[in-house]
Unconditional design. Structure first.
Ligand SMILES: Nc1ncnc2c1ncn2[C@@H]1O[C@H](COP(=O)(O)OP(=O)(O)O)[C@@H](O)[C@H]1O
Ligand SMILES: [Mg+2]
Length: 401
């Protein structure tokens, strides 16, 4: 590993023109193309885009954990100035354990169900830094308190299944922080949690970022979350970064039609739904091997111009006057970004039909093994109506996504 000291005024993570493919028996799947982004020390970068656009692939490439069939086919990933794409396995192991940590969507995937929480947490600095057991347990206790879990001593003695989903995710965050990483990658860390628990975790992540000065790559399909947590954002569409910049600037002065469409399709805090009706993005997301020529967003774009937008690949271009703001759109200088939203036709609510399912005094009892409660009884009353009483039930509509 290079012994060159890293200059903290330089980017902590610098991804340049990264292209990643998965190789299947049928074909090469170009999952990420020409992706660039820069994260400075203490900065949080949000990666946002529809499911399948390549967010996790970027994260896994930084961890150099693309699996058997994934390969970096172009570009570079530099962490503290060192190129991760050409690093030995041993150097990578060292960096993964102590300098870069990753948090996944499903907390139980990162926890060992057979080990007490305290032992799992203490193991991290004991293995990576050779810390003595008593010190490692003391650090674990402090970090469990930092992630705002009540009664840290009881939590350290608990098994993962004894905690709720939100508590488990706090433990996973604690585990990632045990080695005080310089870069924390969070891949949809709250998607598996309910909304109130999500809000708590988001607050926690923001505070911990400030407290520890950790840089973050925060991945989410939820633009609202990214706006709340991050300093900068990178919007991805179909394997490419399409717009990147400071969160506030991109929010106030977006310069890519996909970013605009994303903002218009989500409810924003404080916005009046009548003054600012939500507009769905028309059409579908292309599969990696079915991308159109030219701009990937072209077929769904309100500003598409035949012969121009679909003529050749579109490069990122710098939006002048803004701090590292870039857009992958040929027409961003021509579009009237302040034009009012063309709202779709308001939809009439369908009239409510006859009753389809009716439940009355529903009760369900479970019998307890050993007969301690005298076996058990079961009484279920569910009255489906005959289909003749309800034409819709006889001809149910086909399922829709
Ligand atoms: N192991 C794999 N083998 C083949 N294709 C994959 C593999 N992992 C991801 N992909 C494909 O790469 C693209 C990007 O996936 P992913 O990075 O998981 O998207 P996101 O995280 O934005 O939902 C998708 O088209 C996905 O199907
Ligand atoms: Mg993903």
């Amino acid at each position: 590993m290079s012994d060159q000291p890293w200059d903290p005024s330089k980017p902590i993570l610098e991804i340049e023109n990264l292209s990643i493919s998965f190789f299947t028996r049928l074909r090469e799947i170009p999952a990420v193309m020409d992706f660039s982004c820069t994260v400075m020390a203490g900065e949080s970068m949000g990666l946002v885009g529809e499911s399948g656009c390549g967010k996790s692939t970027v994260a896994l490439a930084v961890m150099r954990d693309l699996g058997k069939n994934g390969r970096i086919v172009g570009g570079s990933i530099r962490f503290k100035g060192r190129d991760l794409t050409h690093m030995s396995d041993e150097d990578l192991r060292h960096i993964r354990g102590s300098e870069i940590a990753m948090i996944y969507q499903e907390p139980m995937a990162s926890l060992n169900p057979a080990m007490k929480i305290g032992a799992q947490l203490a193991e991290v600095p004991m293995i990576h830094q050779g810390m003595a057991k008593a010190d490692a347990w003391a650090l674990a206790r402090q970090i469990v308190a930092d992630v705002r879990l009540p009664d840290p001593d009881r939590i350290l003695q608990a098994y993962p299944h004894q905690l709720s989903g939100g508590q488990q995710q706090r433990i996973v965050i604690a585990m990632a922080l045990m080695s005080k990483p310089a870069l924390l990658i969070l891949d949809e860390p709250t998607t598996a949690l309910d909304v109130t628990v999500e809000a708590g975790i988001v607050d926690l992540v923001k505070d911990l970022g400030h407290k520890y000065g950790t840089s973050m790559l925060f991945i989410s399909h939820n633009l609202g979350l990214i706006l709340d947590v991050c300093d900068r954002l990178c919007v991805m569409y179909s394997g490419e970064a399409v717009e990147t910049g400071n969160v506030r600037e991109v929010f106030d002065k977006m310069r890519h039609p996909y970013t605009q469409a994303l903002f218009r399709s989500i409810p924003l805090p404080g916005a009046d739904k009548n003054a600012r009706p939500l507009v769905a993005i028309p059409g579908n997301f292309p599969l990696p091997h079915e991308r159109p020529n030219g701009c990937n967003f072209g077929p769904r774009c309100d500003y598409f111009q035949d012969g121009r937008c679909n003529a050749a690949d579109v490069d990122m271009s710098t939006v002048p006057g803004n701090d590292r703001h870039q857009s992958r759109c040929l027409k961003w200088q021509e579009i009237d970004w302040n034009a009012p939203i063309r709202a779709g036709k308001p939809k009439e609510k369908a009239p409510i039909g006859r009753v389809v399912l009716k439940m009355e005094d529903l009760k369900k009892y479970y019998s307890v093994s050993g007969g301690s409660f005298g076996g058990g009884t079961k009484k279920v009353v569910v009255k489906p109506l005959p289909s003749s009483a309800n034409p819709a039930a006889a001809n149910p509509p086909s399922p829709r996504c």
